[in-house]
Write a protein that binds this ligand. Structure first.
Ligand code: PEP
Ligand code: MG
Length: 756
């Protein structure tokens, strides 16, 4: 067996010199292949770079016919080079031509070489190219040589990722794969279109020094960083702030397991021994692991990739001292934040006016950060798998929150199409803003009470901006969800007071905590439930754990001093729950009086109608409640038995179905007969066709999300109730199907740009 001349260490030293010299990209690549070939005593060394179309193009060679450079390409499924790229695994063969994947390219003149060794050029687990050496004689490449090739491939990865090779690409080939345009799909979090540049919430650590002279020193640095990292994980686990059990602990246990994994540590040490710095070794081992795990189909193993990424990141931070997250005040203009996951508080820290969008790998539409993103009106998409590994800081990116789509490095055509879409949307928003001070009144003079839904202090600014007449639904649990610990009575009182103060003379309807189901408070122990939507939630928790509800009622009563207070109970299933809550409220008012504390001017206690059982007890509900608000999101969920958060079924049934409209019509009729006020606060009220049908059924009070106010008012302006009412009522009476009713409503809806 022939031994490499000078060994890997000498090769790396020479490579470092080549990297620091001033020369063209092609000249640098040409020098690199000559160096590798001579160091490894190989007759051939070639670099293939993966192009945007997936093919692997020969970018440089020593030993093969030079005329073939930028001419020879291998399809992704072709030859040994294609195989290495696909599998992201090194391959060494003493007799390459007899391998079933071997593919002969006559223009290269490679028929005379028997042995072949190739390694993938990897970055963050993605294959950017392939580095190959070949020998005439049949030979076995040593493990040490393969290691050296992999380390060299890492340097090539930096060259490709740095963009230096873009200019070399064959005209019309679309450039290297790393610059490839991508369309990624996810889940809508917040509507709207945002164009800008990638800003990684957790910036990747730039490793400036790949190569080191003193492996002993690097091993010492690695050990020290490992120790620190292990200690910080142990601290987290023993800190007690995790509440003993649950998901966080599982993740940390996995962390601890990896942090003590001898295989992982050995691979890091080996990488350092090939001449890498400690941080470059972490990156290389991580990239190999990513490449392997990305090809796994087992979801459990793929999930481990995140844990490993986190661990490698922690280690890199320990080694380089870099900050974990981007300092919030360092946000550039037109930023599109990209993160695997993010807490709501972190998002609130960024300067809103510089943010154009948010894309997350993990956050679903009900995550806490999603709630804040919606409140801030930032176009956002969640559940975009693998995103962080596919983008680089500063890449052009477009977020289409409405379609749940992300365009990474879009072409000029795509960019201008989206820019047009964003302009149109902005113009429409402008038109809606112009309606702000106009009364919410139909063309035939019927006034509609149009309020908005809110859940955070930042939402309150929308009252003035939209011209809503009040807050018809204040979801208090959202305040609790974004807090880091359970807000105490005083803190709650201060929050409620600020909300009432901002609203001024406009009414605010506070809904008591609607937790449980998908709304989880991070600091409260969560029960494992088979069917959380039907589980221990909302008013059920409030009545079973009276301290929670009592504290909230007390804080509301104190905050509303001398003003009108409206409180509403979520998820009431039977009227007795209203009775129990009313008794509790009575005791709290009595206590307030006894202590001589000033109370609200008036207190009204309402019920959310969102569980179908109440529909069959309307007489008693209307008699006992001061007002009713229909939560159509949950009412639809329970009436049609469709999980509102399951995209497979959530849109399966149309709210204009006669069964649903008939139920709502009965509630409207009962309200008219009894004089008990009723309003609608579910999402359907924010859609013009649905709102039109609801007005026709007799509803006159609505609470919609802030973005729904403009379209609602635009719809009102052209509406003559007398024209639609008989049509809708008759349709419901005869059981007209939803598509037919929609068709009939169409002529009454705004056309052109004002149609939402
Ligand atoms: C509803 O269920 O319709 C509603 C308004 O409440 P939430 O969406 O908060 O459950
Ligand atoms: Mg609800």
């Amino acid at each position: 067996m022939r031994q490499a001349l000078g060994g890997p260490r000498l090769l790396l030293r020479r490579l470092r010199e080549v990297m620091s010299e001033q020369m063209s990209a092609q000249a640098r690549l040409d020098k690199i292949v000559v160096l590798i070939a001579s160091n490894m005593v190989a007759e051939v060394c070639s670099v293939y770079v993966k192009r945007a179309d997936g093919a692997l193009e020969l970018y440089a060679t020593e030993g093969l016919n030079r005329e073939a450079v930028h001419l020879t390409t291998m399809r992704a499924d072709e030859g040994l080079v294609g195989l290495i790229a696909r599998e992201a695994q090194p391959l060494a063969l003493a007799d390459a031509q007899n391998h079933p994947a071997f593919s002969y390219k006559p223009e290269t003149g490679e028929e005379i070489y028997a042995s072949f060794a190739g390694v993938p050029v990897l970055r963050a687990g993605n294959t950017l190219g392939v580095l190959v050496v070949q020998n005439r004689a049949k030979r076995i490449y040593s493990e040490e040589e393969m290691e050296a090739l992999q380390t060299t491939a890492m340097i090539l990865a930096e060259l490709v990722a740095g963009g230096e090779l873009e200019a070399l690409a064959r005209p019309g080939s679309g450039g290297t794969a790393i610059r490839r345009a991508l369309t990624l799909n996810g889940q809508t979090i917040a509507e709207g279109v945002g164009l800008g540049h990638v800003v990684l919430h957790e910036p990747r650590i730039e490793i400036r020094n790949l190569l080191a002279d003193d492996p002993q020193e690097e091993l010492r640095r690695l050990n020290a960083a490992m120790e620190k990292m292990r200690a910080s994980i142990d601290d987290l686990m023993e800190g007690g702030s995790l509440g003993g059990a649950g998901e966080h602990r599982d993740v940390l246990e996995t962390f601890r397991m990896f942090a003590h994994d001898r295989g992982w540590i050995r691979r890091l040490q080996e990488a350092i021994n090939t001449g890498l710095t400690a941080e470059a070794a972490v990156e290389r081992v991580q990239s190999d692991a990513r490449a392997r795990l990305l090809r796994q189909t087992d979801p459990y193993l793929r999930e481990r990739l995140h844990d490993l990424d986190d661990l490698a990141n922690r280690l890199l931070h320990e080694l380089t001292g870099a900050a974990f997250t981007l300092p919030a005040d360092k946000l550039p203009e037109n930023a599109i934040l990209v993160a695997r996951a993010m807490g709501p508080a972190a998002l609130l820290d960024y300067q809103r006016h510089r943010l154009r969008g948010l894309v997350l790998e993990e956050g679903g539409s009900t995550s806490h950060v999603a709630i804040v993103a919606r409140a801030l009106g930032i176009p956002s998409v969640g559940r975009v798998e693998g995103l962080v590994g596919l983008v680089e800081q500063g890449d052009a990116i477009i977020v289409d929150g409405t379609a749940g789509e992300v365009q990474v490095r879009p072409s000029a055509d795509v960019q201008s199409a989206y820019a047009e879409k964003a302009r149109l949307r902005a113009r429409r928003q402008e038109q809606y803003r112009a309606l702000r001070d106009q009364p919410a009144r139909t063309k035939d003079g019927v006034s509609i009470d149009l309020q908005m839904n809110a859940g955070l202090l930042i939402d309150m600014a929308n009252l003035d901006e939209t011209g809503a007449s009040g807050i018809g639904l204040f979801r208090t649990e959202i305040l609790f969800m974004v807090a880091s610990s359970l807000p105490r009575a005083q803190a709650q009182e201060a929050l409620y007071r600020s909300i009432i103060d901002i609203a001024g003379r406009r009414p605010v309807t506070f809904r008591t905590l609607d937790i449980g189901g998908d709304k989880v408070l991070p600091y409260l122990k969560q029960l494992e439930e088979e069917n959380p939507a039907l589980g221990w939630r909302a008013v059920r928790i409030g009545l079973d754990r009276p301290a929670l509800l009592r504290t909230q009622l007390r804080a509301l009563l104190a905050a509303a001093k001398d003003r009108d207070l409206r409180i509403m109970l979520p998820m009431v299933s039977v009227v007795e729950e209203l009775d129990a809550a009313k008794a509790m409220l009575g005791r709290e008012r009595e206590r307030q009086r006894r202590l001589g504390q000033p109370g609200p001017k008036t207190v009204q206690l309402g019920v959310m109608l969102e569980v179908p059982s109440l529909l069959f007890d309307l007489d008693r509900v209307f008699e006992k409640a001061d007002f009713i608000s229909i939560g159509t999101n949950d009412l639809m969920q329970f009436m049609f038995a469709v999980d509102r958060d399951n995209a497979m079924v959530s849109n399966r049934f149309d709210p204009l179905h006669p069964s649903f409209l008939r139920a709502l019509g009965q509630v409207a009729d009962k309200a008219k007969a009894t004089g008990t006020p009723v309003s609608i606060c579910g999402e359907i009220a924010g859609r013009p066709a649905e709102a039109l049908a609801l007005i026709a059924l007799g509803f006159r009070s609505f609470s919609v999300s802030p973005s729904g106010i403009g379209p609602f008012k635009a719809m009102l302006q052209g509406l003559e109730i007398a024209a639609v009412e008989p049509m809708v009522r008759e349709g419901v009476a005869v059981g007209l199907d939803a598509p037919a009713l929609r068709q009939k409503l169409k002529p009454f809806l705004p056309k052109g740009e004002l149609a939402s």
